[in-house]
Design a protein around this ligand. Structure first.
Ligand SMILES: NC(=O)c1ccc[n+]([C@@H]2O[C@H](COP(=O)([O-])OP(=O)(O)OC[C@H]3O[C@@H](n4cnc5c(N)ncnc54)[C@H](O)[C@@H]3O)[C@@H](O)[C@H]2O)c1
Length: 252
């Protein structure tokens, strides 16, 4: 239980879902975490749960460069160093065919995932300790796609190009950059996608999605967090630029 002992991690989208499950797992493994997100009240509750000695938070929109810079500074001010970055903040955007997809929504979905991950990399890489690890939370639809999700799938594919570039740029300092590609994971975020995509109530919508997954079920946020932990810690020390599928076989 000490695979991240003494390491400092910054997690965007840290106050809920996969981000919060990862924060719980990281702190259980000995890490100190700085959570970045939009919801100040939830961030403060998360810090209270994790313990103020082991956690801190910043309210920041990842598309706002000054706010990202300030959040990184706050993490350094609190804990003195930075070893791990989990770029996880995300929004699903609408479900509509390209011909009807609202242009502003397309722009916003790309901004949050692509510009957001870029700004997080831009302001963490210079201060990340040599040997550090960056994980970008893409998606099964960063490797595949389906009708109706032009914004989300395009953004999640783009994160792979960003991660590969960063992996080559940062390798000289033994910093690793990888993407993780979760399949449907039990969070309200995914439930909203499933009800919108199928027009069914949540349980029926989830079971439609289960049929698309060879392992026939959703992941739990804790299962995704376990794979993020693998990429964050020394067990994956020769893994960089990789695309780790954690999708029950959905993308094969
Ligand atoms: N749940 C799934 O099935 C699934 C599958 C694959 C990938 N993902 C990805 O996992 C990540 C987390 O999703 P989740 O399911 O935990 O959903 P969630 O809604 O619980 O978490 C999203 C988080 O991102 C934060 N966020 C959104 N926009 C932001 C912005 N502009 N600036 C800062 N923070 C912002 C929110 O505050 C929230 O904490 C997302 O990137 C999502 O695309 C989720």
């Amino acid at each position: 239980m000490d695979r991240l002992k003494g390491k400092v991690a910054l997690i965007t989208g840290g106050e809920s879902g996969i981000g919060m499950a990862t924060a719980r797992r990281f702190t259980a493994e000995g890490a100190l975490v700085h959570l970045v997100g939009l919801d100040g009240e939830r961030l403060r509750r998360a810090v209270a749960e994790l313990g103020p000695e082991q956690a801190g938070c910043s309210v920041a929109d990842v598309t706002d460069e000054a706010a990202v810079r300030a959040a990184v500074r706050a993490a350094l001010d609190q804990f003195g160093t930075l070893d791990v970055v989990f770029s996880n903040a995300g929004v699903s955007g609408p479900i509509a065919p390209i011909t009807e997809y609202p242009t502003e929504a397309f722009r916003r979905v790309l901004d949050v995932h692509v510009l957001g991950a870029f700004l997080v990399l831009k302001h963490t890489l210079p201060v990340l300790a040599d040997g550090g690890s960056v994980i970008i939370n893409s998606s099964v639809v960063g490797l595949t796609s389906d009708p109706g999700i032009a914004g989300y799938a395009t953004a999640k594919h783009a994160q792979v190009g960003l991660a590969r570039t960063a992996a080559k740029e940062a390798a000289a300092r033994s910093i690793r950059v990888n993407t993780i590609h979760p399949g449907p994971t039990d969070t309200p975020f995914q439930a909203a996608i499933e009800t919108a995509a199928t027009g069914l109530p949540p349980a029926a919508a989830a079971s439609v999605f289960d049929q698309m997954i060879p392992l026939r079920r959703h992941a739990s946020p804790e299962e995704i967090a376990a794979s993020v932990l693998y990429l964050a810690c020394d067990d994956s020390r020769f893994v960089t630029g990789s695309t780790l599928r954690v999708d029950g076989g959905m993308s094969i």
